[in-house]
Design a protein around this ligand. Sequence first.
Ligand SMILES: [Zn+2]
Length: 108
Amino acid sequence: MKCPVCEEGNLVKKAVPYSVYGFELGKFPAKVCNKCNEQWFDEFTAKKIEDIEKRKGLFGLTKQSKISYSGNSLIVRIPNEIAKFMRLKKEASVSIHPEGKNKITIEL
Ligand SMILES: [Zn+2]
């Protein structure tokens, strides 16, 4: 079967590692393009991965937030689901640094 993305490679069945937000969930069967490396999970596997994410509290943790002002500083509100998952507490000390041009990392 030809790859629908690059239209040159062939899709090969393989077990591929899958991680979300830096958490390894295991290896899962996928079809992988032998040219561009694009990968697809079938519906059953995608559901299985979603179930694992839900069990581990990782499902849907990408949230939207807005930058606003507090005095002379810019502030970003951390959505409650992420704060709970990370067990963040008020006054916790964190380290913040840019990572490339469109990402900011906050480390505990
Ligand atoms: Zn491809």
